[in-house]
Structures are given as C-alpha cells and as structure tokens.
Design a protein. Sequence first.
Length: 106
Amino acid sequence: MATKIVSTPEKLYECEVKRRRVRAGGSGYEPFWKVKTLADALLDGDTEFRCKDCHGPLKLSRRHTVGVLSHVEHKLKSDSEHCVSGVRFHQATDGRQHTLSATPVV
Ligand SMILES: [Zn+2]
C-alpha cells in the first residue's frame, strides 16, 4: 500500500518582532529583534514579524474564534523549504541543511 504524503499546513506560534531600544550611550533609539510567542506579540500590538530561525517574512493568520490560536507561516515557499522550522524542510528527504532566508526581513 502506498503511503500518502499529507501536506500539513504550516503553523508557527513563535516569531521575532521588531522593537526599539535606547542606543548604547543614550543617543536615540535602535531597532532590534526579539523572540516572542505570537500570542504575546498580538497582545502587545506588534506589527513587524519575521521568522526567528531564517529571518524570512511571515504571513499572519489571525483567528478570532475562542480556543483557536492565531499562527504565522512562511510567506515564501522557498523559506519553508530551507528553514529548520518550516514544514517543507521536514518533509524533504535529501538531508538538506538549514539556511537563512534569501530575502530576510531586516
Ligand atoms: Zn523560517
């Protein structure tokens, strides 16, 4: 019997969000990325997200149903294929290595 490969939707619940902090020396602010759960990020009103593992852009799926968590997924298929947290990466059987996104969010 042939094994059917089921394509599982990608659901990530952790991401990096862009924050600002006071620059060392106190002259102005500098942006930095902070790992957060998506639930916390939405609660805090964060608007800029990226994958914590490959730094690629993410697509937000916001859920308003009680008991259903919002999640993010890689916006680009190529990121999902080469990121250690990507679904397609784990489905690949060629022993590939994790790589950073070719189009990282900076
Ligand atoms: Zn990634």
